[in-house]
Structures are given as C-alpha cells and as structure tokens.
Design a protein around this ligand. Structure first.
Ligand SMILES: *Cc1c(COP(=O)(O)O)cnc(C)c1O
Length: 220
C-alpha cells in the first residue's frame, strides 16, 4: 500500500467541490505522516482518545474530524481542537459539545447523522427528529456550536441500487433542510466502497479509510 500515491490519486480523481477526509482510525502516526507529507490535512478518527493522542503528536495545521459515535463523557477530550463532529444524533450530545466548546472559547462545527441504512446497527436520527432538532428553541441557545450539514452511512451491501437510493434519500433531506437552514453546506456521505456512488448523488465530503491506508486489522 503506497499511501502517498493513493492520496495523490484521490486528488486527481475527486471533483473540486468534494472534500476528502482521510480516515486514519487504528493506523499509526507514521502512516498519517505519509499522508500528511503528500498534502493531506484532514483526518478522520472514530475514537476520541486515539484522536487526541494523534493530535498531540502531529503538526498543528491538521483538521481533525470525529466521524464515530460520540460518548458524552469524552467530549471534553476533543473540545480543545476538533474541527468537525460528523455523527451528532441528539440534543443531549449537542448540549454537551456546546458546554465544552464554551469552556475552550471555541465554536465547534457539527453534522447531524441521519439514519439512511436498513441495518439496525447504524446510528443516526430519522428525518422528522432531525427537523425538530434544527427548529427547536433549545438549539438556538447554544452559542458555541454550529450545525453545518448532514452525514449518513449507506447499508453495507453489494446492491448498488440500494446504496444509490439511500444516498439519494439523504440528498433530498439535505436539500429540503437547506431551504430553512442556509448554514448547511456539508453533505458527508461515501466511504471506500461507495464514495463514487455518493459523489454522483450529491456528496461533497467523503470519508475514505481503507482505500488510502489499506485494510484495518479490526473494524468499527
Ligand atoms: C471507518 C469509517 C469510514 C471509512 O471506512 P473505509 O471503508 O475504510 O473507507 C467512514 N466513515 C465512518 C463513520 C467510519 O467509521
């Protein structure tokens, strides 16, 4: 696996409006540095403490994205530096992120995770709950967070038509929400196995791990 060649290939292939998040979970800092030296500055991790450790060790011009499910009691470890939280799925979690962001005198950008997959295991809110959250009075009081888009994961399947229809569904929700919430600008969908379908269907941020860094020993 040649990480720096993979990074360069992605940049030659991806449309200009699509942001590449290099998903480096479980990978050693030496692998991340190879991507960094090839020009990559956005990394995605799914465990807060692992991300915090890498943040401490690595150059400070990196943007760290938390792409995994967030436990509220760990928000404090990422609040000083995280640049985007992809998988927000409750008002309670937003409240905690707002509180910790405030302590650090920051505003933390967040995406709402919408459940589009068939599998029960995927986290996320349904459309109605997300709409209610965006329109709620509570959210307006949170001065230290900003909802800047939506994130979703398709079902893990070889059935491309199903993946496509799930991504189209999320794009429709995104377009609908955008009419009332013009701050929404990010649609995070697509991983190594399905990023092409995601981009064809409106994604502007892809989260790619194994296609850059190689297979992981364990999966999350
Ligand atoms: C691990 C992970 C990815 C990247 O997966 P790959 O298949 O290795 O590209 C993307 N998004 C989330 C939420 C993940 O947990």
């Amino acid at each position: 696996m040649n990480i720096s060649e993979n990074i360069k290939e992605f940049y030659s292939e991806l449309p200009q409006n699509v942001t590449l998040v290099a998903v480096s979970k479980t990978k050693p800092v030496s692998d991340l540095m190879e991507a960094y030296n090839a020009g990559q500055r956005i990394f995605g991790e799914n465990k807060i403490q692992e991300m915090a450790g890498k943040w401490q060790e690595m150059p400070k011009d990196i943007q760290w994205h938390m792409i995994g499910h967030v436990q509220r009691n760990k928000v404090k470890y990422m609040a000083p530096f995280v640049s985007l939280v992809h998988a927000v799925d409750s008002l309670k979690l937003l409240k905690e992120i707002n509180k910790e962001a405030k302590k650090n005198d920051r505003t933390i950008n967040c995406l709402l995770q919408i459940k589009i997959a068939e599998e029960d295991s995927k986290f996320g809110m349904d459309e109605a709950d997300a709409a209610d959250l965006l329109a709620s009075e509570e959210i307006k009081k949170f001065q230290n967070i900003k909802i800047v888009g939506l994130m979703g994961m398709a079902t893990f399947t070889d059935d491309e038509e199903q993946v496509k229809s799930e991504f189209q569904h999320l794009k429709q929700i995104y377009d609908k929400f955008k009419t009332k919430n013009p701050d929404l600008n990010i649609l995070s969908m697509g991983m190594s196995g399905d990023y092409k379908i995601a981009i064809e269907n409106g994604s502007n941020m892809v989260r790619v791990g194994s296609a850059i860094f190689g297979e992981r020993n364990y999966n999350e």
